[in-house]
Design a protein around this ligand. Structure first.
Ligand SMILES: CC(C)(COP(=O)(O)OP(=O)(O)OC[C@H]1O[C@@H](n2cnc3c(N)ncnc32)[C@H](O)[C@@H]1OP(=O)(O)O)[C@@H](O)C(=O)NCCC(=O)NCCS
Length: 187
């Protein structure tokens, strides 16, 4: 059984980052993320048009957290206490012992390996605390920066075609780098 329950929301830290629950005071940064056309280009969500939209978004996310449907972290720079992106785990399946991962970073903070650092910590949390055996990522086939990131994190292309959403591809990462995913080494 997946261990999705906690007494207080898990705060994760890395060398440069603190990952914490979203707060209503993150409304400006969430608005910036959700209204940025370049960031939204490959994301299937409605663009925020106002700070109110961003606040509604934060409330909805936190309701899902309260119901343990998802975990959604604000990625903050430790030295500036500033939110620069988000990362989430959702779509939990007890049957498959799996979940999905999603992420986004403000443009000014891309290309500094910030998301890689955040994702490594969240993946560790998913495997070792929640104890999923597999993490899936669904993305647009042209989303090169995300593909690059997932491959750096050792995700493998699942080589599955979604017959309804033909632009979507999927990647997955198995716990302990599932031996079945790797070619056998001949000694
Ligand atoms: C996906 C996304 C988070 C990737 O951001 P990113 O900053 O490129 O990702 P990383 O944190 O892995 O950083 C990698 C970059 O940092 C650079 N970098 C700098 N220092 C580095 C270091 N010490 N180690 C590794 N990489 C480093 C890399 O060269 C790379 O840049 P490049 O792409 O020009 O080669 C970002 O493009 C984004 O927000 N996209 C929109 C949202 C989206 O599509 N989300 C996916 C939904 S599933």
């Amino acid at each position: 059984m997946l261990n999705r329950f906690y007494s207080s929301y898990p705060i994760l830290t890395t060398e440069r980052l603190t990952l914490r629950q979203l707060a209503i005071t993150d409304d400006q940064e969430i608005f910036k993320l959700c209204s940025d056309k370049a960031i939204n280009k490959y994301l299937n969500r409605e663009t925020s048009n106002s700070i109110d939209d961003a606040r509604i978004f934060i409330k909805r996310i936190n309701e899902n957290i309260d119901k343990h449907i998802a975990l959604y972290w604000a990625i903050c720079l430790r030295d500036r206490n500033m939110m620069v992106g988000t990362i989430c785990l959702y779509g939990f399946s007890e049957e498959r012992s799996s979940c999905e991962i999603g992420f986004e970073l403000l443009q000014d903070f891309q290309r500094q390996a910030i998301m890689k650092e955040a994702a490594e910590k969240v993946i560790d949390y998913a495997f070792n605390t929640i104890q999923v055996q597999r993490i899936d990522a669904y993305l647009h086939k042209d989303n090169q920066s995300s593909i690059k990131l997932l491959e750096k994190l050792s995700f493998l292309n699942s080589n599955k075609i979604d017959e309804i959403h033909t632009n979507l591809i999927s990647y997955h990462l198995s716990n302990s780098n599932d031996l079945l995913d790797k070619p056998l080494e001949i000694i």
